[in-house]
Design a protein. Structure first.
Length: 294
């Protein structure tokens, strides 16, 4: 009856909502069903920490998320704290048990074939906006720079002789990022067309139609509009292109420390999230292709 006493405590003493009480009840019933199936001699009073850990492991095996498991564990902790304070149990088996860490979602990225299609489609047009859009997208994809770094670029930050750009990152830290021949050609072409079509009001490299430095919203809209129709990703942003750059580099055998420097990450652990992405690609390819995984 320990569970019922706890639920009544929530309902009548703490005045929790009916929905909250039902949610706690469902989570606790799930655990009760588990330990009864494990051993019908077990009770709330005799359950130990190993049973709770086994329950958590079984939930993980069934594909439950860390959030779901931690919610159920929280309900169990609350029950046993209540029971211990009312002397319904001699010890708290849930005390000190850590729940699973929440998994960080893997970065979303545009596949290489999809990026090729985007850039080829834009290359077919010769108007100023299309040339600007292609240059912006190619710059993100080729260098992995941040949105703020692209917006902050001035003409003087682009060094064609050494094929590198100087970007100002977080906390005003500057770094040099190399670029290849395709991007060099695109930057030069854009610059020439820009100077023909726009009356400059700013030293910025990327200008709005009115000659001002482009805003975050304007660049975000350019990226979103031009990725739409080429990728199934719900998120189509400059940051996705930064992820795409990092994933492409690692997929083509770049060292993680090199990618870290190019992205401007202070910690290698920040860059390592992309290795999980590439490993997941390998895992999916393995499962799909290897004859012994069927």
């Amino acid at each position: 009856m320990m569970k019922e006493k706890f639920l009544n405590y929530l309902r009548y003493e703490l005045n929790r909502s009916q929905l909250t009480v039902e949610s706690y009840g469902a989570d606790l019933s799930a655990f009760e069903t588990y330990f009864k199936n494990l051993d019908d001699q077990l009770s709330w009073e005799s359950v130990d920490a190993d049973v709770i850990r086994d329950w958590m492991e079984s939930m993980m095996d069934k594909g439950n998320t860390a959030t779901s498991i931690n919610r159920r564990l929280s309900a169990l902790r609350s029950l046993y704290r209540f029971a211990l304070s009312r002397h319904l149990v001699a010890r708290d088996p849930a005390h000190g048990i850590a729940g699973p860490k929440k998994e960080k979602p893997l970065p979303q990225f545009v596949r290489e074939k999809e990026m090729d299609a985007v850039l080829e489609a834009l290359a077919a047009a010769d108007d100023y906006k299309s040339i600007r859009a292609r240059t912006i997208i190619l710059l993100f994809y080729s260098t992995g720079i941040r949105l703020a770094e692209l917006i902050g670029l001035d003409d003087g930050d682009v060094d064609y002789a050494s094929s590198q750009i100087k970007v100002t990152g977080k906390r005003d830290k500057q770094r040099l990022v190399p670029f290849g021949e395709e991007l060099k050609e695109a930057l030069r072409k854009f610059q020439a067309v820009r100077d023909q079509h726009v009356e400059r009001q700013s030293p910025a490299f990327f200008l709005s139609d009115k000659g001002q430095r482009m805003t975050r919203a304007q660049v975000e809209q350019v990226v979103k509009e031009n990725l739409t129709g080429f990728t199934t990703l719900k998120k189509r942003s400059p940051h996705v292109l930064r992820h795409t750059f990092a994933t492409a580099m690692l997929n083509h055998d770049a060292g993680i420390e090199s990618v870290q420097k190019l992205l401007g990450h202070e910690s290698l652990s920040t860059t390592q999230i992309y290795t999980h992405t590439t490993f997941e690609q390998l895992r999916q390819a393995y499962v799909k292709a290897h004859p012994r995984t069927i």
